[in-house]
Ligand binder design. Sequence first.
Ligand SMILES: Cc1cc2nc3c(=O)[nH]c(=O)nc-3n(C[C@H](O)[C@H](O)[C@H](O)COP(=O)(O)O)c2cc1C
Ligand code: SF4
Ligand code: SF4
Length: 450
Amino acid sequence: MPDLSTNLAGIQSPNPFWLASAPPTNSGEQVQRAFDAGWGGAVWKTLGNPIVNVSSRLGSVDYGDRRMIGLNNIELITDRPLDVNLREIAEVKKRYPKHAVVVSLMFDTRDEWREAIRRSEDTGCDGLELNFGCPHGMCERGMGSAVGQEPKVLEELVRWVMDVANVPVIAKLTPNVSHIEDPALAAVRGGASALSLINTVQSVMGVDLDRLVPLPRVGNLSTHGGLCGPAVKPIALRMVGVLARDPRVTVPISGIGGISTWRDAAEFLALGATNVQVCTAVMHHGYRIVEDLIDGLDAYLASKEMKSVSELVGRATPAFVEWGELDLNHHVVAKIDAATCIGCQLCHVACHDGAHQCIHLPGTPAHAGHVAPMAKFAAERARAANPASPYRVPWVDETECVGCNLCALVCPVEGCITMVEQRRASAKDTWHDRMATGRDHVPGGLKDLR
Ligand SMILES: Cc1cc2nc3c(=O)[nH]c(=O)nc-3n(C[C@H](O)[C@H](O)[C@H](O)COP(=O)(O)O)c2cc1C
Ligand code: SF4
Ligand code: SF4
């Protein structure tokens, strides 16, 4: 059986699955149930000065028959007393010594940070996470994402913390920046032991069209919130990947954002995360999902003959490069498998209106190169009108196909359209190569301004 245990900057955990700081880690009773269910670690709901929350505070995006593919919240940090949280953290750590218990913090003054760190460490916690991510409410008070968006402030604050901390410190970053490297490197310079990302993405969930108030509604007003859940996974994956491949980022990364299945988790690990944190999927389906996460990752590692999670970490990182390093001579074309095609012709519509007009209906002369007398195709066209007829199978004009993938993405039959390699030339050629050899560089262009 592969070894699922992980070590994030010295924080040991029986498996890579942690609960992110959020409602599922509000209280000791919850975290204990989560550990019993199989979670390897938990980052406690952020502690700070007393706050008052609004109601309602959650909104979601549904898509088709899928509920909550994106979840938005305008909740603040914990609304439970500091003493109660700290007592429960100590109890949990005592009862579950092998699990990772991390305390999330967000305070204002240096003295408040010092005091909170001292008291948190007294609980026996394994690490601290600094919440530089909350993009609503707390940032209006100068904390949360307001720090995450100001690398200078972030660096200084991390220094304050590192001056007094005796346990590993994770800086949790906001995705609401144009270059995630800036806050990440500031945290590294400040001395953080690890990074975690992403917190939520600034968003407005919709508008109540009867009351004409945005959602979620607080009386007759609303405000922007933070988006998370499956919808944000691609944003999070990119940011984790960008930091993991950056040689200046010398600390490990905890990946967060839209993780619901073992596959999601494996993707974050492969792109360079040492472990993962989960919030929305647990708010949706409960702590029990960890069983599938563990079983799935375990089976995947075994199928790839990997003996431990650490063998997977970063395995896809070398393949994640800038656009300019991609091979311009790599070319693919779409091929339709007539045997499995159900003749829905969605690929034809997509290619015709949304791509390059090179998937044609059977019997349709395409353009000059393929023109034939219309009469020749009359019988085929008549047969193609019958939905059950195999003559509804479209055909691809490979000479025109640019290999964009759209038809394969819309095709409802798995594996029916494949993209087959037809290289333009055997040698590799990249945009970077072209620039280096002066083939694509236009003097006086924007590049010269930078
Ligand atoms: C209702 C709610 C409250 C949250 N509260 C916190 C918090 O107190 N501290 C924090 O660092 N992140 C908080 N988060 C963000 C999550 O920890 C996590 O970064 C984010 O939800 C992305 O993960 P997910 O896609 O698995 O939900 C909260 C998220 C939600 C939905
Ligand atoms: S979308 Fe797929 S199944 Fe439908 S016609 Fe095209 S190839 Fe056939
Ligand atoms: S890959 Fe793109 S261009 Fe080629 S057939 Fe499909 S949709 Fe058309």
